[in-house]
Design a protein around this ligand. Sequence first.
Ligand SMILES: [Zn+2]
Length: 339
Amino acid sequence: MPLSPSGLDIEPGRLVAGVDIGGTKAEAVLIDHRGCEVARSRVATTTGATGVVASVLAAIADAHANVRAASARSPICAVGIGVPGAVDVATGTVARAVNLAVAGLPLARLVGGALSCPVIVDNDVNLAAFGLARSLQPPVGSLAFLNLGTGMGAGIVLGGAIVRGTHGAAGEIGHLCFDPSGPRCGCGMNGCLELYASGSGLLRASGGMTASEVFERARRDEATASEIVERFAAALAEAIRMLAQTYDPDVIALGGGVFASLDVFMPRVRAILAQWADASDFVRSLGIGDRVAVVDGARGVAATGAALWAADVPAGTRVAAQPGHEKSTGTMPMRFGSR
Ligand SMILES: [Zn+2]
């Protein structure tokens, strides 16, 4: 079934590649002119400028070799790349990606030179949001993808397009205030949401435990861990409400590494959303809980989003954005689960 047949600008007989490059693996997907996935591949990432370019090319070559029918192994006419870091979308330059150990890398130019085709580069959370919005059946025009990995950040799609903002800060809700009397955040402000609802936040609050350890202890009703998870759930619920009341999207998708333990905290999050709906006619009218869905982290939807976006955005019509757009990522999800 086509991922989304509308808006694709691929000639029949051509393929578009999407790549999601993370610190440990690079995933590539190839789509045809109907938006159908024809092949997918995953290779180990080598970090550093030379390694990142080589990893992107290796993932694409591997996916191309995986195309089942030789007759369908058409030339690649465009490439989209999702990067876990700050990207200057206008030039396709990775301003900074700590996990990839690169800064100021002209990724679009280097990959485009090697493959002789246009290349677009964006933040991976943005592309995951775009891929999710377009992959849903039926596709939705607006979606917020809240990614909880080491940090907290959201990718925003409105009117079918990725929203970045003047400073690339759209969706940077991890550094909105949850508790004004809370500890100082790395951003310089106090009590940011990310200090409570993220992998690094759990690590700090627990004095060094991983997210899965904290959730496992909460599962056993250990008091300290349960308190930490209560605050985690409260901050996550607040983040969801902020997204609902600022962007008002059709779907608020939740994803990232911590959602392997969603049985521990999602009932609490849903209970908080229900309390607000009980207390406020206004909040109830928004039906926030009905729009929340957790994304399965099994396969990368950022690669799909990268391919669909590259197919949608031909060279020369790229959307300009400022550098400095950096959202933390965890595992990029693929399948969209209801709860
Ligand atoms: Zn902060």
